[in-house]
Write a protein that binds this ligand. Sequence first.
Ligand SMILES: Nc1ncnc2c1ncn2[C@@H]1O[C@H](COP(=O)(O)OP(=O)(O)OP(=O)(O)O)[C@@H](O)[C@H]1O
Length: 255
Amino acid sequence: MTAAAIKVEQLSKHYGAVEALAGIDFTVPRGSVCGLLGANGAGKTTTIAILLGLLTPSSGRVHILGEDFLAHRYRVLPRMNFSSPYVDLPQRLTIEENLDVYARLYGVRQRRQRLAELFESLDLQAFRRRAYATLSAGQKTRVALAKALVNEPDLLLLDEPTASLDPDTADRMRRYLKNYQAATGASILFASHNMAEVERICDQVLIMRAGRIVDRDAPAALIARHGRANLEEVFLDVVRNTGRHARSEEVSRHE
Ligand SMILES: Nc1ncnc2c1ncn2[C@@H]1O[C@H](COP(=O)(O)OP(=O)(O)OP(=O)(O)O)[C@@H](O)[C@H]1O
């Protein structure tokens, strides 16, 4: 049996007195797209930072692509990549130089060809010789996505990948990601506040509240179970703990 892309068990993280993650469990099957939702401060960025090895959890187990990630992260990091609005690229380098540096770091073969593909598909041709610092927020987001795809990762972790994009560009980036996932069989976990986007491209959704996963399912199943018209309404019910299924799954599970 193929190991899951991500398997997290009893993961907790405290920042001093703040309990950011209270022992969460979840699995992202290989070849699937999983959305991580939650109000501000729910624990999404903390979860992604742990899955990237940027933060050490207080306790718990993490397996990524079949490896014990907390013990052997360097075995899988080359097969992963990410984009996050909290991580900037070197400002003075051009887009081409930036992507070339990352391609070398990941040991990408045929770098020129890979970069040319990314410039073309993410519509970055016009900016390739511009310094990163001179780009608009949305243009930087596209470069961050190109950087995240440079090594053709098996697992992609995306924190708000379309937050600063106009609707047309966001739609094109979503299509690109979905096509990439379908063509390569990669797995994607992404945090987003854009419910329509999550509804459209995710196979599974995890909804967090105050460091816990309080509901999870396929978007259509969540919408049906909550008797709502769309995921945004489900989200509001779940984070406010209102609506038809007000009790969280954590509560029900312990009864
Ligand atoms: N370095 C830190 N020191 C102390 N508390 C922190 C730190 N980083 C995060 N927290 C707290 O941990 C909790 C989870 O934060 P996290 O950034 O993971 O939330 P999030 O779901 O990504 O929120 P957002 O949607 O606002 O990005 C919050 O209560 C936050 O205030």
